[in-house]
Design a protein. Structure first.
Length: 730
């Protein structure tokens, strides 16, 4: 037996080769870990950079759309003036007979002006022209009547567009109506205006399409700020008559751009004259040209050739450009690619460095533990075997388990079988103790898993609660936009009412004590009071509108338990349709809503919060799908949502919500109501919306919720709710 064992003893060269291979494996492991860390760094860097660029592109698109929303009212205003002026010639040629106004000659008999003694100065403009009243041709008088008829529209536009400086109509026949009113000595028409660039660019030869013309920026004085003029030609059929124009302050555009913050990069707005209208890195007090702002590495010609609304690479820069729909203005953003790389590196660098250091620390610790616990004892064991245990028990008494039993076993082989059997029994006892310890460890792990499972269930419940309240955050921006419109009307009408009240006080103060009102004063007071009553009605109407929006928002935001209420199902649908589409209005997307609601449906007792959340979720999903399809197909696609309610013969209510979106494939439709299943991109949805809707309809209201669809045609949700006789309201 000893001879056989002797032949198994490894040679010295073999032992050296074994331990050198171990060192090579450790070294190779270090290299692989470091290489994997650098590959992970490169992957995370590219992914994070792409994510940042995509987020930046989305943000720039939103801000380009917001700029269009600011410019659009001004473009619509000039088109409204152009249409009204042209319509006067084509459809209302006799209307001038209904206007009671007079023209007067100035004392020097070299121009005429409008007599305003019978008018409110705040509601009319200054009409002045060359020549004498007696020599005005009938056709010119008709055109003056048309210019006078523009005053109400001038007044409304000036009130609603606060940064409007002035509005005017200039005729080729030598007169002008300028709003707001100023004395004729200050606003006298100058024939030289007919040679100005604003007027000449609107002539038929220069503007055959009769489109609005925008000027370069200018200023009358440093105190008034930067301004632009938008004008458009007016025609009587094919005959050019004159132009309408509006002078705007650039203050809203500048404030909009100054409110945008970019840690890196620069955003500017330029016009077709190459002038910078607004800039995130200047005070906008001194107009700059685009070549003074753009880096030399970004030629303006190459910038205009970039794809619109897309962040593209030009040399060492990322650049973006988008044209405005309503003015010849361009939004330009550029940022150094190096700055973007540095920002990305700062974001992920500490994590990668920590990961590399942690991996090296773990490897070094593992190597030290392996060397201490395995390699070193293994070397001693080989040495002990090669010497046939001649060193006796003193050579292994200091060794720890499990190496001690190995040394003990080798020693017993060379000593005697009895001691070997005794060590084997001891080893068995040690194994029993380890089994007991392992059993205890498994028991502890089972308890830990049980606690983790309970924590997971609590987290799932928390996710469900958060999903129920997620709609509030998504709708906050849209609700603010909805409330802003009625509040603007309330503020405007309140201001007008205050002015009317001041006029009444002035009339009362101008009366001699004890004197009664004249007929003309009575008529003026009656007119002002009538306007005051109308303004009060409109303030009340828009105030109620804002109150209804806030109440709807509070009902949607209410957390906790939902109680049953008697409701009109049609009104609940209308409220939640309004809430659902508001978040898409700011993106410039409003689908066509077609409703076919059965007015004979009685009020029923339901959980209004939960049922409203169902309608809100389904309509919001429909708007999301339609918006995606509109973005992919283009403006040729007409987004439409059809909603109907009907009382069925078997004492049930049927509610249908249908859209003409991209549809749902059969494999997805089977899982559409499963919890945590979503087709939206990562981070855009939790997958609990339709699952909660299904639970609310089926479990809470004992109804049914089904869906049918055809690819690229439609998706239709059908809700069936039972009507219990004892729950119906008469």
């Amino acid at each position: 037996m000893n001879l056989k064992f002797w032949h198994r003893i490894p040679r010295k060269t073999e032992r050296v080769t074994f331990f050198s291979r171990f060192n090579k494996i450790v070294t190779l492991t270090y290299g692989i870990v470091i290489l994997a860390a650098f590959l992970l760094f490169d992957f995370l860097f590219q992914e994070n950079l792409e994510s940042r660029l995509n987020f930046l592109q989305i943000r720039l698109r939103e801000q380009s759309q917001a700029l269009n929303n600011i410019i659009r009212p001004r473009a619509d205003a000039i088109q409204a003036l152009q249409i009204q002026a042209s319509d006067f010639f084509t459809e209302q040629k006799d209307r001038h007979q209904k206007f009671d106004f007079k023209l007067k000659n100035n004392p020097h008999q070299d121009y005429f002006y409008l007599d305003i003694s019978n008018f409110n100065r705040r509601k009319i403009g200054s009409i002045t022209g060359v020549g004498l009243v007696e020599t005005i041709p009938k056709i010119t008088l008709q055109e003056i009547t048309m210019a006078f008829s523009l005053n109400p529209l001038f007044y409304v536009l000036k009130k609603n567009i606060k940064t409007t400086s002035s509005l005017y109509y200039v005729s080729k026949n030598g007169f002008r109506n300028q709003f707001p009113w100023r004395p004729s000595s200050e606003s006298r028409f100058e024939p030289s205006f007919l040679k100005s660039s604003v007027y000449v660019k609107n002539l038929q030869g220069n503007n055959p399409k009769r489109e609005p013309i925008w000027t370069d920026i200018y200023t009358y004085s440093p105190h008034e700020g930067l301004m632009v003029t938008c004008s458009a030609p007016v025609y009587d059929k094919m005959e050019f008559k004159g132009i309408v124009g509006i002078e705007f302050l650039l203050e809203p555009i500048i404030e909009f751009v100054n409110g945008i913050t970019y840690p890196n990069g620069r955003l500017i707005i330029i016009n077709d004259y190459g002038t910078v209208l607004a800039d995130t890195q200047s005070n906008n007090l001194i107009p700059l040209k685009v070549h003074q702002v753009l880096p030399r590495a970004i030629p303006i010609d190459a910038l205009h050739k970039l794809p619109r609304k897309t962040l593209s690479k030009i040399g060492d820069y990322w650049a973006y450009q988008a044209k405005s729909r309503y003015a010849p203005w361009t939004v330009i953003y550029f940022v150094s690619a190096w700055d973007m790389n540095i920002t990305t590196l700062k974001h992920i660098g500490p994590s990668i460095i920590f990961l590399i250091l942690f991996a090296i620390f773990i490897l070094m610790g593992a190597n030290s533990i392996i060397a201490q616990e395995f390699i070193s004892p293994a070397k001693q064991l080989v040495q002990f075997i090669s010497t046939q245990a001649i060193e006796g028990e003193q050579a292994y008494r200091k060794m720890r388990e499990p190496w001690f039993s190995w040394f003990e076993a080798v020693f017993q082989v060379f000593d005697q079988n009895r001691k070997l059997m005794q060590e084997m029994e001891k080893h068995i006892e040690d194994l029993d103790q380890k089994v007991l310890e392992r059993t205890r460890a498994l028991s502890d792990k089972n308890r830990a898993l049980s606690l983790a499972f309970n924590d997971l269930r609590k987290a799932q419940n928390q996710i469900i609660i958060q999903e129920k309240l997620a709609g509030l955050g998504a709708l906050t921006a849209g609700i603010a936009h909805e409330i802003k419109n009625p509040l603007n009307y309330v503020i405007n009408f309140a201001e007008i009412s205050r002015n009317f009240t001041e006029e009444l006080m002035n009339i009362a103060a101008s009366l001699p004590q004890g004197k009664s009102l004249t007929l003309e004063q009575r008529q003026e007071v009656k007119t002002i009071l009538t306007d005051l009553i109308e303004n009060m009605k409109r303030i009340e109407e828009h105030g109620k509108r804002a109150d209804a929006i806030v109440r709807s928002m509070l009902v949607h935001a209410r957390g906790g338990n939902d109680n049953q209420h008697l409701i009109n199902i049609n009104e609940l649908i209308d409220e939640n349709i309004t809430l659902a589409i508001t978040s898409f209005k700011q993106q410039g997307f409003i689908p066509k809503i077609t409703k076919d609601l059965d007015q004979e449906i009685p009020k029923i007792l339901v959980y209004s919060q939960g049922l409203g959340r169902v309608f809100l979720n389904i309509v919001n999903n429909a708007c999301y799908v339609l918006h995606q399809k509109r973005t992919a197909v283009g403006d040729s696609f007409t987004a439409e949502i059809y909603i109907s309610t009907k009382k069925l013969d078997d004492n049930r209510i049927e509610i249908i919500i249908r859209d003409n979106g991209s549809g749902i494939p059969d494999d997805i439709r089977k899982k559409i109501f499963d919890p945590f299943f979503t087709t939206k991109p990562a981070g855009s949805g939790t997958g609990l919306g339709l699952s909660l809707c299904h639970d609310i309809i089926t479990r809470q209201h004992h109804g049914t919720l089904t869906v049918t669809s055809e690819i690229d045609q439609f998706t239709e949700f059908v809700i069936i709710l039972p009507i219990e006789e004892q729950l119906m309201a008469g």
